[in-house]
Write a protein that binds this ligand. Structure first.
Ligand code: DOR
Length: 423
């Protein structure tokens, strides 16, 4: 038995917000409320001054396994997740080989069984992410995939996408979309605007995202599929998602911590460490994303944790790969830039990092309830730290050196302490 005493237990599903003890027995949440303090516990965790929340869920990570394990692998990715307070993650399918067939999926999931956290895997939508031949949706579901996505690459064939949405709906699983039309991208990873002009870099227009989101919410309405607009970056797209939701479409959107924290200006300071797809945009777009998070248009915060090696990111802006790591800074960026700036309540932030992603993927995780697996994060919203080292194999983050509030103290998965902050 593990006793967590005196923590502020916050659970967005049941709306519990109460200072209490929490008892874990055999990996399960056994009791909430005042507990005997000198019982026969294998461990007592003093959570005074800390928030005890459901283990965080990130529905958008790249563990690069198989194929690109010099960037990350399922072990290092899981350690990074645990360090960030995450107990469940959904990995994207842009690996080598692509997760587009039952054998590769099964092998990966078998290797993931021993991990300290719950690593779930999305299937590709199309074979080799080519946007042509669709994967066998039903077989991938049967083999354990939790959703479908060609993340990293947009699905350009609208008829094919409609077919994919219909299949995802048949499977009762979400389909997640990377929304960037190459027609409006002169050079990827940087917003087309003041900064790209200054750098003489072609850039990617917000139009690239907006035309795809506009098209896809229409197809979502027509098919009734559960559609997830990934890493939303454009203010106009936020309005489009709001429109879709108001008109009954089963559409959700993810915001990444970098899109609510930074603007295109970051490229001037951080170079390739601020290059990502879709790019950081203007302050107007950032404010629209915050507005979307506030009014419930954007229900999910997901990192798009995208590790790349130092050598790859040391290349010139036009050659370096897009993407940044995010698992170890996500919660603190939410606490610092959303909650402490008064944009969201702590409960709203946690909702977007626990129960909402769980609902999208039909997961039993994401809440603190008696009888449920003890997946928990214990963090101190007021404790600050300097971002300086990572458990990820990679360190491609523009947040290095920054002081953030909201330190993860413990991460607990199935009742086991999988991360503990050594001070
Ligand atoms: O910047 C990005 N990098 N965006 C994506 O959608 C994919 C990711 C990657 O895989 O590196």
């Amino acid at each position: 038995m593990i006793l967590i005493k005196n923590g502020r237990i916050m659970d967005p599903k049941t709306k519990r917000d109460q200072v209490a003890d929490l008892l874990i027995e055999d990996g399960i949440i056994a009791a909430i409320g005042k507990q005997e303090q000198d019982g026969d516990y294998e461990r007592i965790i003093d959570a005074e001054g800390c928030i005890v929340a459901p283990g965080l869920i990130d529905v958008h990570v790249h563990f690069r396994d198989p194929g690109f394990t010099y960037k990350e692998d399922i072990e290092s990715g899981s350690r990074a997740a645990a360090a960030g307070g995450f107990t469940t993650v959904v990995c994207m399918a842009n690996t080598k080989p692509t997760i587009d067939n039952v054998n590769t999926l099964r092998e990966l999931l078998a290797r993931a069984e021993h991990l300290p956290i719950k690593m779930l895997q999305a299937s590709a939508v199309s074979k080799g992410l080519k946007g042509e031949e669709l994967v066998d949706f039903h077989a991938m579901k049967e083999a354990g995939a939790v959703g479908f996505t060609d993340d990293g690459i947009p699905l350009m064939d609208a008829a094919k996408l409609k077919e994919a949405m219909e299949l995802a709906k048949e499977c009762d699983m979400p389909i997640s979309l990377h929304e960037e039309d190459p027609a409006f991208i002169d050079a990827p990873g940087v917003n087309q605007g003041i900064v790209s002009e200054q750098l003489g870099y072609g850039g990617a227009s917000h139009l690239a995202e907006d035309v795809m989101v506009a098209r896809d919410i229409m197809i979502a309405m027509e098919t009734g599929a559960s559609v997830d607009i990934q890493h939303i970056s454009s203010g106009i797209s936020v309005d489009l998602v709001r429109f879709a939701r108001e008109h009954g479409a089963d559409v959700v959107a993810e915001a990444s911590p970098h899109h609510f924290s930074l603007t295109e200006e970051a490229v001037l300071e951080h170079g390739t460490l601020a290059r990502m797809n879709p790019p950081l945009r203007t302050e107007w777009d950032r404010q629209k994303i915050i507005e979307g998070l506030q009014d419930g248009t954007i229900t999910i915060i997901a990192t798009d944790h995208a590790p790349h090696s130092a050598e790859e990111k040391a290349q010139p802006l036009g050659k370096a790969p897009s993407g940044i790591i995010g698992l170890e800074t996500s919660l603190a960026l939410g606490v610092t830039n959303l909650v402490q700036k008064g944009h969201l309540t702590m409960m709203q932030l946690l909702e977007k990092m626990t129960i909402n992603p769980a609902v999208l993927y039909h997961l039993e995780q994401g809440s603190i309830e008696i009888g449920k697996p003890a997946d928990l994060v214990i963090f101190n919203e007021n404790e600050s730290f300097i971002v300086d080292k990572f458990y990820s194999k990679a360190s491609n983050s523009p947040f290095t050196g920054m002081q953030l509030n909201g330190k993860v103290i413990y991460t607990i998965c199935d009742g086991k302490v999988v991360f503990e902050n050594s001070k």
